[in-house]
Design a protein around this ligand. Structure first.
Ligand code: MG
Length: 490
């Protein structure tokens, strides 16, 4: 078992006593969020939103009340104590934004997703543009107030990926853009390129439910600390370290979609389940960044889940529950899992082209925040990036600039972490010398143990950059990802 952390510093102990209230509040918040997505009847939304907004205010007050104690901590601190103070300072800095600014953001980002939904339905960007304009302007104000070096977008990315900068991102995306087009040329003309007939194949929901139940058994999800439900958008939520929940969805067609969303969310869940228990009730009990969290879901989804060995492992389960599988060999299922094809919609993208969708969003967000792109020009700019990066252009805005909910929620700086997840997952893959064997043997426990040891147990004691360095001796190096894709598809 991992080392149990203890706190020597009296002031830290005092702070952690106060912090229990904050953790209790956010525990309640998470349950309410889960319930909202999974169980709540539609009619509950108004009261629930109002409650959540007020709970958020309460939480902010508790954090601000802690500020003085946090700022007065001095003397020799060990790593975990430093982590506690660093994380608290970051949150307090965010909650110290002017109340008026926070309220304006809250107001517009409550309304904007509804407007966005309507605009997407009608495929009319001009409906959404005024809201987006206001959100961009408020995001720029947030960046100014939080402060930054070199580029205002750094302040926003830092909210999701501590210490990650435009300089880091430029290197990653320019490498990915260059290499992906080269790798794509190699894939064209192979059996991986294009569409697979199974993508059109319908399935019975009950059958896929059985498959997904077997999959989470194979992944070793603990029955007493984990549950899986259904929601419109699959997600994972760590209610506590011993109560982790995922959701999946059943579209009734193209079974890999529900299968990989189950595996993906299980990867997130494994992270939540494997943190060092002694970090519970502390500010370092979360993952260090969204990129790190996503690295675990991508590791299981892509590197484990889309491997030949994994297909072999689950093939009997597929055959038993889906009658049409009899017509397809393991090799064919492997191809089906790994088809590559430039597509308009990010969430449908394959492993290779996915990062191009992110590169496009990164360039656009950076431009919006620095002021070199105006919101009213977005549809045209979107389409020209699509053409340049993926060689296809959407016929309407709902398949283009209006496809993601993120901007309506004010989440600027979030998208790059999806690619960082891929980058980090490939770095981790490079550290295994027997990964294929472990998967083939169904020894998922050994894989989980390694990830616990190198990543999960640390929570957010270290910044993501520090953790990459400590555990893997690396930075956000995209070369492992490019090498992995190249090897896999050629
Ligand atoms: Mg995810």
């Amino acid at each position: 078992m991992a080392k149990v952390f203890t706190f020597m510093n009296q002031r830290i102990e005092d702070i952690l006593r106060d912090y229990r209230r904050i953790e209790a509040i956010s525990h309640a918040q998470r349950v309410l969020h889960w319930d909202l997505e999974v169980m709540m009847p539609e009619g509950g939304i108004d009261h629930r939103s109002e409650s959540l907004a007020n709970i958020e205010i309460l939480q902010r007050e508790f954090y601000l009340r802690l500020a003085e104690k946090v700022n007065s901590v001095e003397g020799d601190l060990d790593d975990i104590e430093k982590g506690i103070i660093r994380n608290l300072k970051r949150t307090i800095r965010y909650y110290s934004l002017p109340e008026d600014l926070i309220k304006r953001i809250e107001k517009i980002t409550t309304k904007a997703p509804l407007i966005w939904r309507e605009a997407r339905k009608k495929s009319d960007f001009s409906m959404f543009e005024p809201s987006l304009r206001e959100i961009v302007s408020l995001s720029r104000e947030v960046a100014e107030k939080l402060g930054y070096e070199r580029h205002p977008y750094n302040a926003l990315m830092d909210l999701y990926e501590e210490g990650f900068t435009v300089d880091d991102a430029n290197i990653i995306f320019s490498r990915i853009l260059n290499e992906t087009s080269r790798i794509m040329k190699k894939i064209e003309g192979t059996e991986f390129y294009g569409r697979h007939p199974l993508e059109q194949r319908k399935y019975r929901k009950e059958s896929m439910e059985k498959v997904n139940r077997e999959i989470i058994k194979i992944l070793g999800m603990p029955e007493k600390r984990f549950r899986m439900d259904v929601s419109a958008h699959p997600f994972t939520i760590g209610i506590s370290m011993d109560d982790v929940r995922i959701t999946t969805r059943y579209e009734g067609i193209n079974f890999k979609s529900t299968l990989f969303s189950t595996v993906h969310e299980s990867g997130h869940a494994i992270y939540e389940l494997q943190k060092d228990p002694s970090l519970a009730w502390t500010p370092v009990s979360r993952a260090p960044s969204l990129g790190f969290h996503e690295s675990q879901s991508r590791f299981f989804e892509n590197i484990v889940g889309r491997s030949r060995e994994f297909v072999h492992l689950i093939y009997p389960v597929l055959r038993e529950n889906l009658s049409f599988i009899n017509k397809y060999s393991e090799d064919e299922i492997y191809n089906y899992f790994n088809m590559v094809h430039p597509s308009l919609i990010r969430v449908d993208a394959d492993e290779v082209t996915y990062n191009l969708h992110i590169a496009l969003r990164y360039e656009i967000e950076k431009g919006l925040i620095e002021g070199s792109i105006d919101t009213k020009d977005l549809p045209g700019i979107w389409n020209s990036f699509m053409d340049k990066y993926l060689g296809i252009v959407p016929e309407n805005d709902s398949q283009g600039v209006l496809q993601d909910i993120h901007w309506s929620q004010g989440s600027f700086g979030y998208f790059p972490t999806y690619t960082l997840g891929n980058v980090i997952s490939a770095i981790i893959r490079g550290r295994f010398d027997n990964l294929s064997n472990l998967i083939a043997e169904g020894n998922i426990i050994a894989i989980r143990d390694y990830l616990r040891e190198k990543v999960h147990r640390y929570g957010s004691i270290y910044t993501p950059k520090e953790l990459l360095r400590i555990s893997f001796g690396e930075g956000y190096n995209p070369e492992y990802l490019l090498k992995y894709l190249e090897e896999k598809f050629s």
